[in-house]
Design a protein around this ligand. Structure first.
Ligand code: PLP
Length: 345
């Protein structure tokens, strides 16, 4: 648990659901091993909690973005891959974390830097068409990676959450590299890629979003359990008279006398203004009214006559539904959660 226990805002993390989601994704990965992307502080849940919980379920491959993120959880001594590779200024910490964390080499210069420094176990990212990070397949075939000790050769799908012809193009480009390097394993699929079938699993999958309750493709509906529920305390309950308004810019006008709860959650906590008049709580019975403020929202609690100052409200945060309501992506909903929550899990 992280954060002050007395905080008026908390994040309830269902660790059983997190483990169940990993087991589901592991099963869907078939013969391939299933890892976990825990970058961005475990997608906002807290990387240390997520890593320990998934390790207990059997996960053995963890992916972070930077060496800061690797150092923050290195004490758990779990195998980490650092997706952004090694810059010159990362070499000291990379050496210090040898045996725990290895870089995912992304550029020709990173490959040269790692080899010049004596190599050691590494992963390599190949760009198969996303044009984000990675070395080119042609350079790999021409011997760019010769002499490296490569644990995992990986690539990343640009459109796995859609039925796009790009998926099979990337899969074929990647599959053609089998045997072209001394890599122990190959890895292509993120969460959505796992649903594309056995041809995409290779030796290791790298889900992130779906571990945390995200549903990037219809195949996951009913399979993936929600993990995260923000809970916020009521700071004031009031009756707003017909014709009076609530919140900034007076965008909401009471059509009749209305019971309103003012709750300790706002856009600074990742509950962005897209939830104004669109969010809800307590399983849909309690709608958000008016604008989301920085630290506060207003809820129509007419359906909940007993809720009072000091009581806790469970915010509706099932990711597909919250994404549709707010216009934020499921990824943004998780990674935006911020630092003011006590994280309970
Ligand atoms: C973030 C990331 C993942 C996980 O992606 P999800 O869509 O969250 O499952 C996997 N691989 C790489 C390279 C990533 O950057």
């Amino acid at each position: 648990m992280r954060g002050r226990v007395t905080a008026p805002l908390r994040l309830r993390i269902d660790c059983d659901a997190l483990q169940a989601n990993w087991r589901t994704l592991d099963r869907m990965s078939g013969a391939a091993a299933c890892g976990a992307a825990i970058k961005a502080d475990g997608y906002g849940l807290g990387a240390a909690t997520v890593a320990a919980t998934l390790a207990a379920a059997g996960c053995r491959d963890f992916f972070v973005a930077t060496w800061d993120e690797a150092a923050a959880i290195a004490a758990q001594r779990l195998p980490l891959s650092v997706l952004h590779g090694v810059r010159a200024e990362d070499m000291a910490v990379a050496r210090a974390l040898a045996g725990i964390a290895r870089p995912v080499l992304d550029t020709d210069a990173q490959v040269a830097r790692w080899r010049d420094a004596g190599g050691g176990a590494c992963d390599v990212m190949v760009d198969t068409g996303m044009n984000r990070l990675g070395v080119s397949p042609q350079a790999v075939r021409e011997g760019l990676l010769d002499g490296l000790t490569i644990e995992t050769l990986m690539s990343h799908l640009a459109c796995a959450d859609e039925d796009s012809p790009m998926n099979s193009r990337q899969q074929a480009t990647f599959a053609a590299l089998a045997g072209a390097t001394g890599a122990q394993r190959m890895s292509l699929a993120n969460s959505a890629g796992i649903a594309l079938g056995a041809d995409y699993a290779f030796d290791l999958t790298r889900p992130g979003l779906a571990l945390y309750g995200g549903v990037p493709r219809r195949e996951f509906a009913g399979e993936i359990r929600p993990v995260v529920t923000p809970e916020a305390q009521i700071l004031q309950r009031r009756t707003v008279q017909a014709g009076d308004t609530v919140g900034y810019n007076a965008t909401w006008t009471a059509p009749r006398a209305t019971e309103v709860a003012i709750v300790n959650l706002g856009y600074a906590d990742g509950y962005l203004r897209g939830f104004s008049d669109r969010g809800s709580a307590q399983g849909g019975t309690v709608p958000v009214i008016g604008r989301v403020s920085m630290d506060l929202i207003a809820l129509d609690v007419g359906a909940e006559p007993t809720l009072a100052e000091g009581d806790w409200i469970a915010i509706d945060f099932a990711l597909p539904q919250a994404s549709a309501a707010s216009g934020l992506s499921q990824y943004e909903l998780l990674t935006g959660l911020g630092r003011r929550y006590a994280r309970l899990g």
